[in-house]
Write a protein that binds this ligand. Structure first.
Ligand code: SF4
Ligand code: SF4
Length: 295
């Protein structure tokens, strides 16, 4: 069951970048909206969000802020109590000065409680931005909202930006999450609570290796999975046999075609242009409908 009321959440993920995850997420979101759902597509690939390139929209923007411990240097006696209380190693006492490392601080507040003289407080710092708005250019009855999270350059708080982006999906009947590639904390933040995880892969040794990693994440988070095979017809690896062995359904194949690559590179919705891709996306919509009905 999803984590946003009765919302059904589909996460689209892959063990590595460049497998076709964004192609699947954007085209699936549009197809689900055309199938009558109130859909929000959340671009959780916050280090390199690009779902917005496929849509026209008037976006609103908001900074993502996180709590951060802050020392009053005038009052601080460098006693070390806050350092000892910090489970994340975010505080050091160096040369009689108490230093907080923002990248390590989780804003838990333990140091504020531990300080015996009230010299430790809390401030907020910006780590990224979320933008959101209804997609223009679809038929009047098709409801699709796009939410994008963008991590500030050099920051490491991707999960905070992803959580902020996901929170904007509340109230919509169907959420499609374009997860960051890999199996990092950011991928966990994106996939957690989904009702279905679509793993996009390709039939190569690299594709299989990263598929195995991504499937491990799905098992860990106890999210039902299905595989989408991109660039089908190339490569040397039998992904279908792997799916059979693992008991994970292979829901759709997107054939390797020059036309797919060209349309995608032009930021087109490929399913609108290439019938074979439309068929693959239709198979995913059918699976979503089946899973929605079972929760
Ligand atoms: S707020 Fe929590 S994580 Fe941050 S420095 Fe204080 S104790 Fe450490
Ligand atoms: S506990 Fe308070 S006084 Fe002690 S080092 Fe930390 S901020 Fe300074």
């Amino acid at each position: 069951m999803s984590d946003v009321g009765s919302t059904f959440i589909v996460a689209v993920a892959s063990g590595k970048g460049g497998t076709g995850k964004t192609l699947v997420a954007t085209n699936l979101a549009v197809a689900l909206a055309r199938d009558g759902r109130d859909v929000v597509l959340v671009d959780c690939d916050v280090e390199a969000p690009n779902d917005h390139l496929f849509f026209e929209m008037d976006a609103q923007h908001r900074a993502v802020m996180v709590p951060l411990a802050e020392v009053d240097e005038e009052a601080c006696t460098a006693c070390g109590a806050c350092r000892d209380a910090c489970a994340y190693g975010a505080i050091r006492i160096l040369g009689g000065h108490t230093l907080v490392f923002p990248e390590l601080c989780h804003g838990c507040g333990a140091c504020v409680i531990a300080c015996p003289i009230g010299a430790m407080g809390e401030t907020r710092r910006r780590v990224g931005e979320v933008s959101w708005g209804p997609v223009r250019g679809l038929a009047a009855q098709d409801r699709l909202t796009l939410v994008s999270g963008t991590l500030d350059i050099g920051d490491v708080k991707a999960p905070d930006v992803i959580r902020a982006a996901r929170s904007l999906a509340a109230g919509h009947a169907c959420v499609v999450l374009d997860a960051p590639p890999g199996v990092s904390c950011a991928a966990v933040a994106a996939v957690k609570g989904a009702g279905l995880l679509l793993l996009v892969t390709e039939p190569t040794p690299f594709g299989l290796h990263d598929l195995e990693l991504a499937a491990r994440l799905g098992h860990e988070l106890e999210v039902p999975m299905a595989v989408v095979l991109n660039r089908a017809g190339t490569g040397s690896v039998d992904i279908e046999a792997w799916c059979t062995r693992e008991g994970i359904p292979l829901v759709a194949r997107i054939p390797f075609m020059r036309e797919v690559a060209e349309k995608y590179a032009d930021a087109c919705l490929v399913a609108d242009e290439v019938p074979a891709v439309a068929d693959a996306i239709a198979a995913m919509v059918a699976l979503v409908a089946e899973r929605e009905a079972s929760v």
